[in-house]
Design a binder for this molecule. Sequence first.
Ligand code: GAP
Length: 517
Amino acid sequence: MAQEDVFKKLVAHCKEYGFVFQSSEIYDGLSAVYDYGQMGVELKNNIKKYWYDSMVKLNENVVGLDSAIFMHPTTWKASGHVDAFNDPLIDNKESKKRYRADVLIEDLIQKFEVKIEKEVSKAQKRFGESFDEDQFKSTNPRVLANQEKINEIHTRFSAALNNNDLEDLKQIIIDYEIACPISGTKNWTDVRQFNLMFSTEIGSTAEGASKIYLRPETAQGIFVNYLNVQKTGRMKIPFGIAQIGKAFRNEIVARQFIFRMREFEQMELQFFVRPGDEMQWFEYWKDFRMKWHKSLGMGDENYRFHDHEKLAHYANAATDIEYRMPFGFKEVEGIHSRTDYDLAQHQEYSGKKLQYFDPELNKSYVPYVVETSIGVDRMFLSILAGAYTEDEVVDTKGKKETRVLLKLPAILAPIKMAVLPLLKKAGLPEKAREIVDSLKFDFNLQYDEKDSIGKRYRRQDAIGTPFCITVDHQTLEDNTVTIRYRDTMEQERVNIADLNNILEEKVSMKNLLKSLV
Ligand code: GAP
């Protein structure tokens, strides 16, 4: 199935099974804003818990914070967001559609990358076992020609971004004949900068009101609190502050479902270090974060680092962790060495000293900061994209049918186990309820007695429930049930008394957290 079709199916699946709904749908929706349904909220909370516990419980020098969305407006002047948090936008004069100039160029580069991938997979099929991908890529004339194009565009694109050269950004679009996907024409306006922050007013009277912003990142709430936390928590450098919270950006291009939203959630760590130690910690957090992603078992080959072409105004090193989405490798997390930029700026704009006294060095300095920043929603999308699977199975009458399942990591699955009485009578529902009542304090369970057992299994497969328990007549005799495994559909008989341990081993975060240390 083409990846585009997979993505369309995934979006439909998210709605059908209560993972994600368009915001304000009854009013035809609000662009790039989404609500999480009854399954979505569970999955999202599990992702947040795994992140928070891995950062705060496993690193004894990391503590949490929950700072407000609204901050003093000078925060955003100091951080550089008022002047520099812009995207280069361009309009197509025929369709009147607005695009990000950099995204148009990145999409063009991706087209050449797709061409290379196609050549490689064709050759792979032709040569089979003996295929040497590296050799093929370095000798095949069509691959080399496409790679040369990529390099050429890349070099020019990076220079234009780094020099803030909006004219050349437009010229690249003209020179490579990029057309508007809607009108098909190349009739473009000039490229101009567009600030992404949402603003509103605080205060009840027009005279007393002042303009404030909805935070575009949670990080600044950490920076302005770093001394509060350091002093009250008696923290010694190096130490970190972790926070999960909403962020808002008036994105120009709203597309790809929850990949680029106007209201989204971030999980950020600011790690405060001695100046000069930042590269060592940058490497530490790169490794730790990549390990965290891979621990979820979605396939190591689906993750990669991507170093930034253009460093943000605050960074001296930056890389992204990318995941192979149905629309290509895309950023899920950013890791930045932010120097002392933010703290030094807040010190200057607030007039308050933000230095740390280092007792070992017997001197004060403004710490350097290494940041890890991951979008909850993008993480959610990457997990769902990796988990969405269509299997061909044979039903009880021998007919082939498609089984849609979510191969979610068990620790993230919204429902850990479904308890299903085989029949709605003969004491089976009561026994099933007894099982639910004994396990519900520790695990998220679902009781379901409606429809045939086959249909009930399918419903649980579709929401990614890793285990289904069936209560039958034998259960009443010997206190055993069948446990069915989602991915293999295999079944075995187990004692009810063992269910707690089975679940504990497979779905508790403890084992996964242990794998990180
Ligand atoms: N404090 C650093 C920072 O905000 P960023 O690269 O702009 O860096 C970090 O954002 C992460 O936040 C991204 O890797 C992405 O996962 C998520 N993110 C950013 N913009 C987003 C959007 N419009 N919709 C959903 N997630 C977004």
